[in-house]
Unconditional design. Structure first.
Length: 475
């Protein structure tokens, strides 16, 4: 493509602008849309998107095209320490408790969660020219924290403006001449934050009904086009779930009616599997009225626009993450399944002790306990059982394990239950990822853990009634 002038000021272009923000997995650049000044002026738009979508990008482990790093974010937990969350998994940030500090020597206790974290700290000290002497080293059992919830804050005037910025960039990419006509003046002013009139808004899922199906599991889509009336518009879909419509402009000059859709796969690491570009019917961009009320995601959910879309997205994410996290266990289990039956039980127990993260068991337990609470309902008869359940699954930041005594006591039994399920599943000498996920994070595992909780509740309630009849007998 020939070099063109900046679509905003007409100045020289040349800065390699990511068409889709690098932090969100965009891998393609176009050097002919913005001058470096306007590329910078519009940078905050990409940053807003990256920030608002950081949690999902991090869980899906989308790599930024700039540094090939997955977005991580800090979460402060009850005891004041900071968790670094990447890919849905939390790591404790390193901590240095200083006991004495002079200009020459700083002494104290260092806390690291992993050896890699320790090595990185040592290297950083070395690079900074500090000499480090080590005293005693102590290995503590891991401490658990309630995991961060999958939450998303999106929309508002900044989020919508950022969506309009994406629409402008792709419009300029596909409609180079039209993007430089005066008709776009107001739209550009809005994108630059100079004019308040909102041009982008949430769109219902059915606004996208006439577009091709997104070929990527968590694909984004940006469709831009000009319809037969010379109206330039765009539809933008983030993760195939958060949908927006953008009014770009009524073009003054004749422009052939056409439209292009670009599907972007944020999980791809590079060309050619990162995008799929296809010409679409200009009518597919629809005539949907955009809601321009600068809504936040919360109000869009409350108004019902986003409710089902977001629920489906979160379900898809959790299925994807469960499969991804179960995959390392699958390979070892396949080997175990191929062994003689008599060897399997011990091998599975060893594998689960070494490789099944307690967080995975706790997540399953949380699901079961909230399901049981729902099933019990809140009646005077069930109140004591709900209280017992709360005691059987509780975090306790004061204890070294981070778990309440009851919860910690139950963990080996939970591991056994999962082991028995896996042993049964390998009876035929093979195991599939679907069955593994069913046991670790699905119905199969939930059912057997549920039975375990119910039997513990029965024991406790028998004990309680025995105690109270003893009391009565004694009185
Ligand atoms: Zn410019």
């Amino acid at each position: 493509m020939a070099k063109r002038s900046c679509i905003i000021c007409g100045g020289a272009t040349g800065s390699r602008e990511h068409l889709f923000p690098a932090a969100l997995g965009g891998r393609r650049v176009n050097a002919g849309i913005y001058c470096s000044e306007h590329n910078q002026a519009l940078g905050p738009g990409a940053a807003v998107l990256a920030k608002q979508l950081r949690v999902i990008n991090s869980i899906l482990m989308v790599e930024s095209d700039r540094d090939r790093k997955v977005a991580h974010y800090p979460v402060t937990v009850e005891d004041g320490r900071t968790l670094n969350v990447v890919g849905g998994h939390a790591t404790l940030a390193a901590r240095f408790d200083v006991t004495s500090d002079t200009p020459e020597v700083t002494t104290g206790t260092l806390n690291f969660q992993t050896d890699a974290q320790f090595q990185a700290w040592v290297k950083a000290q070395h690079d900074a020219g500090n000499r480090v002497e080590f005293g005693e080293r102590q290995i503590n059992p891991p401490k658990f924290y309630p995991g961060p919830r999958l939450e998303l804050t999106f929309g508002g005037s900044n989020g919508l403006r950022a969506i309009a910025y994406l629409a402008l960039t792709y419009f300029a990419h596909h409609f180079a001449d039209a993007a430089r006509t005066p008709a776009l003046h107001d739209f550009k002013a809005y994108v630059l934050g100079q004019e308040a009139a909102t041009r982008a808004g949430w769109a219902p899922v059915d606004a996208f009904a006439n577009l091709p199906v997104n070929p990527f599991e968590f694909g984004h889509m940006i469709a831009v086009g000009v319809d037969t009336n010379g109206k330039a518009k765009a539809l933008v879909s983030i993760f195939g779930s958060l949908n927006f419509a953008v009014d770009i402009a009524q073009l003054a000059e004749a422009e052939e009616a056409r439209a292009m859709a670009t599907f972007i796969n944020p999980l791809a690491r590079g060309a050619p599997a990162d995008i799929h570009e296809v010409a679409i019917e200009p009518g597919g961009l629809g005539t949907v009225e955009t809601d321009r009320s600068q809504q936040t995601l919360e109000t869009a959910i409350a108004d019902g626009i986003m409710q089902s879309a977001l629920r489906i997205l979160f379900e898809k994410i959790s299925i994807y993450v469960n499969r991804r996290d179960a995959t390392p266990l699958l390979m070892r289990l396949e080997n175990i399944a191929a062994r003689p039956v008599s060897d399997r039980s011990d091998a599975i127990a060893t594998l689960l002790n070494e490789q099944l993260p307690t967080t995975m068991i706790l997540q399953l337990c949380e699901r079961v306990v909230s399901g049981l609470k729902l099933a019990f309902g809140a009646t005077p008869e069930t109140v004591p059982f709900i209280a017992m359940l709360d005691e059987l699954l509780a975090f306790d930041p004061v204890r070294p394990s981070g778990l309440s005594e009851n919860t910690e006591t139950l963990m080996p039994a939970m591991r056994d239950i999962i082991g028995q399920q896996l042993l049964a599943a390998t009876a035929g000498g093979v195991i599939s990822i679907d069955i593994l996920v069913e046991i670790l994070a699905g119905e199969r595992g939930a059912r057997s853990i549920s039975e375990m909780y119910v039997s513990v509740l029965n024991q406790l309630s028998n004990q309680l009634s025995a105690d109270s009849s003893l009391d009565r007998a004694g009185s």
